[in-house]
Design a protein around this ligand. Structure first.
Ligand code: C2E
Ligand code: CA
Ligand code: CA
Length: 507
């Protein structure tokens, strides 16, 4: 779990960042669209107002000629021919001189009360037919030309097909939208977006789309959001795998130790001369869920690399004490119990104290506790190490040099350290077969061992040839599949109870 938080955070951060960028982009384009819509509405409105302007110019011409039947007719024709205009009126000294409507009728309730602003939005209650109008008016000599535009055309001009955006026309302080009448813009009702027309005094108002909008994100970027979700999850998974590549075994080891899943197996060491059991070597096994075991060759290097080897060995020692105490009465006198120790553990400051307390915990104090020190890893033989092993030796421990012959440091070890016996590495024993030349290397390894006058244990004895060879060479203590494989405690009890006699053949 330790490394799960980071990938989750990274995945969430990636997703959020992606969504943020996408949302910002969608917002920008929605803003640009809304402004383009407003400009389009201005274009529409300008077309209408240009008509009004043209009609005004014609009306000016007509105004100079009075308001006879001919002028009325021309004014009516002008209004009828311009598609967006409703009426054209010519006012002189605030009275209607001429109108495009038959009989010089006027659609405004009180035309003289109109302000003379060039553009005016007149609400429905100020018109005779109850429909709001836009007034375009121009002062000309002592006349005023008033052109009215139907609200329907204004609504059409404002009707830009953009989802979620509605536009209103603002003239002075009055507004008219796609629906509803003319209303005065209150202080509270303000629009966030505006496009101001340049040719005529009005603006198009609208609300800028909100920066964050879930519907917009889903409608316009749903696919990308899904893609982001997927890639964030994949990235999180990859990161999780990467982070846990190295730490998972560490984590799993810690858990396995805490749950006593790393258990001791015992491989008997036999006395080839007497055919009796001399003792056992403790070999760690990792019990897994399916009932199988993981080899120490897999997890011991990981434990050494991660520093978990110390708690692992301590846990194993505690289990060995418990196991041996439970079968104390069945153990022969001076029975050897060997445990493998890694160099980093041996050199730790508490090692001696741990071993002494380990020794005290056995109910049988006559047991021969063996500390196997491997030669496979380079050992830093300094004063501290020499001291440590000497103190342990003086306290009744037996020191064995494991995997003899494989080390890099040569014989300098053996001069400095107090070694009780050496274990010839199984790779040398494995070479021995019926072939005459096959014993050459082992011959010289044994020769070397003998010259050092240190007791020898041969590991990895698998065949009759190997056994015969070792017997011929007076190697008394033997360990290997030929005799016994490493076994769990109940099997060891069975072996102890059967009091095995190992057949020794000396030629
Ligand atoms: P090792 O200390 O040299 O242990 C002997 C290894 O040879 C064991 O392998 C044993 O099962 C295997 N073996 C015994 N007889 C035969 C045989 O006749 N033929 C063959 N082919 N193999 C035989 P295992 O149990 O897999 O252990 C491997 C190594 O892991 C050990 O080598 C030891 O270096 C290390 N190890 C095991 N348990 C521990 C532990 O508790 N602590 C430490 N530090 N290392 C351990
Ligand atoms: Ca060993
Ligand atoms: Ca060995």
């Amino acid at each position: 779990m330790r490394n799960a938080l980071m990938p989750v955070l990274v995945a969430v951060a990636m997703f959020m960042l992606g969504v943020f960028i996408l949302n910002t982009q969608l917002w920008y384009s929605a803003r640009a669209d809304s402004l383009a819509g407003a400009r389009y509405a201005i274009k529409n409105m300008n077309v209408i107002l240009d008509e009004a302007h043209r009609a005004t110019l014609s009306a000016m011409d007509i105004a100079q000629r009075g308001c006879g039947l001919e002028e009325q007719y021309r004014l009516g024709t002008e209004a009828a021919l311009q598609p967006h205009l409703r009426t054209i009126m010519i006012l002189k000294q605030d009275t209607v001189q001429c109108s495009s409507l038959p009989g010089n009728r006027v659609l405004l309730v009180n035309v003289t009360a109109l302000s003379n602003a060039p553009l005016l939005l007149v609400p429905a209650d100020s018109t005779v037919n109850g429909l709001p109008v836009l007034i375009y008016q121009t002062n000309f000599a002592d006349s005023r030309i008033v052109v009215s535009i139907s609200d329907r055309h204004i609504r059409d001009a404002l009707n830009i097909p953009l989802k979620d955006i509605s536009y209103v026309l603002k003239v002075g302080n009055n507004v008219i939208g796609v629906s509803g009448g003319v209303s005065a813009l209150g202080n509270t009702q303000q629009f966030s977006g505006r496009a101001v027309a340049t040719n005529y005094p009005y603006s198009i108002e609208y609300n800028i789309p909100p920066m964050i909008s879930l519907p917009r994100l889903i409608n316009k970027g749903g696919g990308i959001v899904l893609f982001l979700l997927l890639t964030s999850c994949v990235a999180g998974c990859i990161l999780y795998k990467y982070l846990n590549k190295n730490t998972l075994p560490d984590e799993a080891l810690r858990r396995a130790i805490a749950r006593n899943e790393i258990v001791p197996f015992y491989q008997p060491v036999v006395n080839g001369k007497e055919g009796t059991l001399r003792g056992v070597e403790v070999l760690a096994r990792w019990k897994v869920a399916d009932g199988g075991y993981i080899s120490p060759a897999v997890f011991i290097p990981v434990a050494e690399k991660t520093g978990m080897i110390v708690p692992l060995t301590q846990n194993l020692m505690a289990q060995v004490v418990k196991n041996m105490n439970s079968i104390a009465s069945k153990l022969p006198e001076g029975f050897h119990v060997g445990i493998n120790f890694s160099a980093s553990h041996i050199t730790s400051p508490t090692f001696v104290e741990e071993c002494l307390s380990y020794k005290r915990s056995f109910s049988r104090q006559d047991l021969n506790l063996v500390i196997e020190v491997t030669e496979r890893e380079p050992l830093d033989v300094d004063e501290h190490l020499v001291n440590t092993l000497n103190v342990l030796h003086n306290n009744g421990f037996t020191i064995a040099l494991d995997d003899f012959g494989t080390g890099y440091s040569g014989l300098s070890y053996l001069q400095d350290l107090h070694i009780d016996y050496i274990k010839i590495d199984q790779s040398f024993v494995a070479r021995v077969n019926a072939h005459e030349d096959s014993t050459r290397i082992l011959d010289s390894v044994l020769d070397l061992a003998r010259k050092l006058s240190i007791s020898i244990v041969a590991e990895g004895v698998e065949t009759k040839e190997q056994l015969d060879y070792l017997n011929r060479n007076n190697i008394t203590f033997l360990q290997g599949y030929y005799f016994f494989k490493p076994v769990p405690l109940p099997e060891l009890v069975k072996i102890l109870l059967s009091k095995p006699k190992v057949k020794v053949v000396v030629e």
